[in-house]
Ligand binder design. Sequence first.
Ligand SMILES: NC(=O)c1ccc[n+]([C@@H]2O[C@H](COP(=O)([O-])OP(=O)(O)OC[C@H]3O[C@@H](n4cnc5c(N)ncnc54)[C@H](O)[C@@H]3O)[C@@H](O)[C@H]2O)c1
Length: 361
Amino acid sequence: MIVGIPKEIKNNESRVSMTPAGVYEMVKNNHTVYVQSMAGEGSGFFDNDYVSAGATILNTIEEVYATSEMIVKVKEPIASEYDLVKEGQILFTYFHFASSEPLTKAMIKAKAICIAYETVEDAEGTLPLLTPMSEVAGRLAIQQGAKYLEKPVKGRGVLLGGVPGVAPGKVLVLGAGVVGIQAAKMAAGLGAHVTIMDINMKRLRYVNDVMPPHVVTEFSNEFNIRKHIKTHDLIIGGVLLKGAKAPNLITRDMLKEMRPGTVIVDVAVDQGGCVETTRPTTHEDPIYIIDDVVHYTVANMPGAVPYTSTVALTNVTLPYALQLANQGWKKATENNASLHTGLNIISGKVVYEEINEAFGW
Ligand SMILES: NC(=O)c1ccc[n+]([C@@H]2O[C@H](COP(=O)([O-])OP(=O)(O)OC[C@H]3O[C@@H](n4cnc5c(N)ncnc54)[C@H](O)[C@@H]3O)[C@@H](O)[C@H]2O)c1
């Protein structure tokens, strides 16, 4: 198969959908890979690295779309790419169709085969192509939180690990899912005292089994949250209700009960956030302050560390991309139930029911 890797052109997107290691695997399987010039630059992979791995570099995005049978991307195509998509072309990328009717209509019109990363589901019902980005965001949440706890950026002026003779900082993690566990692990590694809360006892039992004793589990309810926000320095929001807006576990009035300089990193911002005062921010302007509480609410946190994020993402997407290339999309989606759940639009027909529901079609 001829596989195309365009440069991502969405604002602030520095990831790339295939590393030189992926190209090497594709070429080993007798496929041809066309990479747009400078596509990997933002993630630290240069044209020479791709050529050494067996790719051919093309200068323009138009050439990549025009020559490829399968396009592997990171983000959904933006408007300027809609007309480049060809009939019958496979597109394997994040789409999030339900949040964009224009994109959905454009892909229907293009008659492409759209396979969405975010709906690829494994036998346990988890989403393997979303997990690595939650892992990145969970770990990054502590790195960012520790930074904004510093006094010059209006934080409390607390060092998370403490020093001999001074107690460590306290981190409250809401949600013991992928984000929450990674955040708790990082905070514990720094020596902070960690309280992690969830409503799922299975998750709390697991955390209790695997984490060191300075990570304490507690059932999530309003009473316990109100108690802990008064004494914790850094609060991480990692709550998710599948397919719904995150619940507001921290309401506006609670900010007054926190000490000045407390930092909230609301990772769940992309689902509306679990803090009432959360609104999305960008890497250029990541924080704002309400009632002396610092809010860090960047909607695409993994974008801050594109090298790590690219490698983490492509580690999990490559095996699926290889199956699509080796077997063609029909056989590959017949043979692999996870890949089958990734099918969203086939030759102009929406085959993922939630998309039709989202638009009342
Ligand atoms: N901002 C970013 O850049 C970024 C990046 C990756 C993920 N995210 C978001 O982070 C959020 C968490 O993702 P995840 O992969 O960890 O999800 P997950 O499903 O693995 O974990 C969510 C956890 O929240 C728990 N929960 C639900 N209601 C709760 C409540 N009332 N109190 C406490 N816990 C509760 C669930 O039981 C579950 O354990 C999602 O909204 C995801 O989209 C954001």
